[in-house]
Design a protein. Sequence first.
Length: 670
Amino acid sequence: MTKMFKIALPDGSVREMPEGSTPADVAAAIGPGLAKAALAARVDGEVRDIMRPFEGDSNLALITSRDEKDALELVRHDFAHILAEAVQNLFPGTQITFGPATEDGFYYDFSPSAERGPFTEEDLPLIEAEMRRIIAADEPLVREVWKREDVRALFEKQGERFKAEWVMELPEGEPITMYRSGQSDDAWIDLCRGPHLASTGKLDPQAFKLTRVSGAYWRGDPKNPMLSRIYGTAWLNKKQLDAYLVRLEEAAKRDHRKLGQEMDLFHLQAEAHGSVFWHPNGFVIYRALEAYMRRQIDAAGYLEIKTPQVMDARQWEKSGHWGKYRENMFIVPDEIPSTDEDAPILSGKADLMALKPMNCPGHILVFKQGITSYKELPIRFYENGSCHRNEPHGALHGLMRVRQFTQDDAHIFCREDQVVSEAQAFCELAARIYKDFGFTYSIKLALRPDNRFGSDADWDKAEEELRQAVIAAGMATEEFGWEELPGEGAFYAPKLEWHLKDAIGRTWQVGTLQSDRVLPERLDATFVGEDGQKHRPMMFHRAIFGSYERFIGILIEHYAGKFPLWLAPVQAVVATIVSDADDYANAVIAKLRAAGIRAEADLRNEKINYKVREHSLAKVPLLLVVGKREADEGTVAVRRLGSDEHQKMMSLDEAVAMVTAEAVPPDLLN
């Protein structure tokens, strides 16, 4: 008698299926439409191949293209698999390593033969064509379970030394999955955890594009061989791909490095790798953001402080950063020039110091000065704190990834009964600020990592408090993209993350709120409770911009350089048509500046169309054009950046009043 399994579906129904049945069989039993649409299955919470048989009674949810997150990860994984097969078909002797799905596509690392040499972007069209041939062949992707020794033997026979090395690091005795493209014994096969789609033909051959080639070290170690990494982007259909390519094109136009140069905002150079040289125009934006944030934190009851850049290494040992973050810190040894060799030597007479990578230990030292009563809590310390982190040279990227940066950093010290209300207040503060810049966002809760300080009980409590705060703020909803991220918290605390969505749909992780009971314990922070005894405060780490450098980079790309008037480095240019209007233009400038407007005059002997074009490229929001008639009548012709409307004639007083009203920062409008 055939054994039957009970398969529970999301709608509450239960189907009985014979032993050996697969999720594909369930889909077919429900209907031909679902059988065609089903890509994979979630069996008891685990994503699996749709052709993998059930192992007993199970809960089943079928994955279709409507489940976009799961579906995209599946197809991107498949495209990486097919990329590897295509490369080995075209270039025999190439060794394969690994190829994961990424946020917008996939990549695969290869070791080309010595005769072939590294891959280049000229190879990509040929590889794409071979990938489409493999997709058209509609070969089944067959899951096989192997023993570790058998996998190693196969790869050693094939000359795949990277795979042979890796497989021996997998747990001994556990089954290992291999995926074969086709059912013949000589079909292409790869070590892979899976899952995969049922066959190559399930992919849309027009929904991917190989984008670039770079170098990458085996296992990320510069001591290991250099590999060729081929990147691609992949989507569920051609429409999604085309939309993504348009976004890429738009992103290139908005690149903050390009616009930063065109608008004369900042530059970077080799003499200070990873540190920003702010130009006057760029520093106007920086200062406007500082002033805006100070108004916000003053209104929210924060106290601004300033802490040292360099501290004794023993302080970083106490905080735990020395053991867990030292490779990212800049160490400051005691050095004395040698008169013999004209080179620095260690004197050994001073203590080891380090530039601060973060502000929290310094804030605790300020908190510890004097005796703090429970009645004084919460205490909210804020600092525009300059930090240094020794980021890898290859990871540096314009303003987005730097070595020297300034955080809008704050630490809140509070009692246990104040934790949820303080977290809720921060959620509401962050919401107001992001709204002022036109951002929508999602909120994620990053949970405990494997490598961490603190007890499980403390982590349980901290994670639940953050959940409750977001619920109390009304933000633990689908509208706010609420999601929990296992293993992604800091080593000392879980954290809330704010992921901003910009004008072209990209997301940027910016704000954070971390709930921490570890550092107050390690650095012996206390307050005197109502009972007269010493107690540990709970400490929040929080930032909204994240860093001024990165936030400005995001704003440049979000606005495409067309800043709202209150942030624009130059808010208005007064441009003359004829030299007879020079005196009047200077009078207009004087009146604008007296009203607090950042205005400049363009009195050059150039045609007005040339001036309009030049200031438009510089992203100046308002151009006030004046000629002899305007000088005689006391008027200006106003042109707006990016507006299709013709210039508008206004009296000078009307224009100054309009510009002044529009230049008010959003937090001062009410």
